[in-house]
Ligand binder design. Structure first.
Ligand code: ATP
Ligand code: MG
Length: 393
């Protein structure tokens, strides 16, 4: 029954020119996400509002599902748009709207009129009272509750009259594309997809780097990361996933360095390589799924050691989160079931029994000298053999 959706957005204390940037980015993200939905749609800005008009038949749930993944949207309101043909006609339309949307009339309601067009002959309060009366007369089972109504009937008098009573929550945040791009270190675990989602939510476009170690890690493990990238891309838009062969670097570190430092040194080389691709893709930062104290490589000392090799800012949106809080978001974005599939991670293959939890930077620097002979060449080979997979959500 709905031909249009009214899109509500916030963070719009953003003034002047920024407001247009925000709105234009939101319109283009909505268009992008509706491409995946059957049907033809028009997304338009009008008087500081964004509307989605359906120009053909469409599936309501599919459209709502697409819109709930567009950052920047706070609310999705299926709306009926009416020509102004006088109050009697409006009341008739509202009464028939209620009949269609609420077959069971046992509810309390409030009319919330807003006169955005000042030449309308009635004031908001008058409309509220008169419309309330008409509704009560048509449906005596209903009653008015101005404090906690079951149904809020919004009537906005604009060029057209907007009638809506449902606000489906959107994901919030800012439209992707309003805040540059960052490189996500994406593993097959629970944390990094959530980290990517959270930074994308702030309007940041995402590319990703995944390190694998064939033949120690399988094609299935790689496919799992591709699947996770697809899940993140439903929200962030397209992702260029860089798949880096890390085997020789990992083996070389294993041969040359003390095993309890393996993870830390490995993670330093991961960051360096990710930063290389980040610069190539004009990213402004790196993103990881690290959280303080979660494992040996995420103590404050370990994070400092990993961080030291980066010249770009490293964003760690989960830094203060407990595992359960991360799992809750992972489930919300439908990544959890994929993340817990049991495929080996390249980091876990050569893990020491007792990894250092408080790495000393001087010691690490010294041990890394043992890599001098071949590491530059191995890094270059890893860069040259990168496979870039373009992922659409
Ligand atoms: P996750 O659940 O994201 O795998 P984790 O709890 O397993 O995280 P670590 O293995 O210590 O933690 O990894 C910390 C972060 O380093 C990850 O969140 C991710 O950003 C990055 N990372 C780890 N392994 C890889 C990998 N194989 N490829 C790309 N990034 C990785
Ligand atoms: Mg992991």
């Amino acid at each position: 029954m709905y031909k249009s959706f009214l899109i509500k957005y916030a963070e719009i204390a953003i003034k002047g020119k920024n407001r247009y940037l925000f709105e234009d980015a939101l319109v283009s993200q909505i268009n992008l996400s509706l491409k995946k939905v059957d049907g033809e749609f028009l997304v338009r800005k009008e008087q500081g509002r964004i509307y989605v008009d359906a120009l053909s038949d469409y599936d309501f749930d599919e459209v709502v599902d697409a819109l709930t993944k567009v950052f920047g949207i706070v609310g999705i309101c299926p709306v009926v748009l009416l020509e102004d043909e006088g109050f009697d006609k409006l009341a008739e339309e509202v009464i028939s709207y209620i009949d269609k949307v609420y077959p069971d009339k046992n509810f309390s309601f409030k009319v919330n009129a807003r006169r955005a067009r000042k030449n309308y002959p009635m004031e908001s309060m008058e409309i509220n009272a008169a419309m309330g009366e008409r509704i009560l007369k048509a449906y005596p089972q209903t009653h008015v509750d101005v404090h906690k109504p079951d149904v809020m009937i919004n009537i906005e008098i604009r060029n057209k009259i907007n009638v809506y009573s449902t606000v489906i929550p959107g994901p919030g945040g800012m439209p992707v594309g309003t805040n540059g791009k960052a490189m996500l270190l994406l593993s097959g675990g629970i944390d990094s997809p959530v980290a990517g989602y959270m930074i994308a939510k702030r309007g940041v476009a995402i590319d990703a780097t995944y390190f694998h170690a064939p033949p120690y890690t399988s094609e299935r493990a790689k496919q799992k990361v591709v699947d996770l990238a697809k899940i993140v891309a439903r929200y962030s838009g397209p992702i260029n996933l860089h798949v880096v062969n890390f085997t020789d670097i990992q083996l070389y570190i294993y041969e040359q360095c003390p095993h309890e430092e393996l993870t830390i040194i490995m993670r330093r080389y991961m960051m360096k390589l990710a930063e290389h691709f980040a610069k190539e893709q004009k990213c402004l930062g790196l993103i990881t799924g690290e959280s303080i104290g979660q494992v040996a490589s995420q103590t404050m000392q370990s994070l400092a050691a990993t961080n030291e090799v980066c010249t770009m800012p490293v964003y760690r949106p989960l830094i203060g989160f407990d595992k359960q809080e991360i799992v809750t978001i992972s489930e919300k974005i439908d990544a959890y079931e994929t993340s817990i599939l049991p495929f080996e991670d390249c980091c876990t293959i050569f893990v020491a029994k007792h990894p250092v939890t408080k790495p000393n930077l001087n010691v690490i620097h010294n041990d890394e000298k043992k890599l001098a002979e071949k590491i530059d060449q191995l890094m270059q080979e890893a860069i040259n053999s990168v496979e870039v997979i373009h992922i659409e959500g």
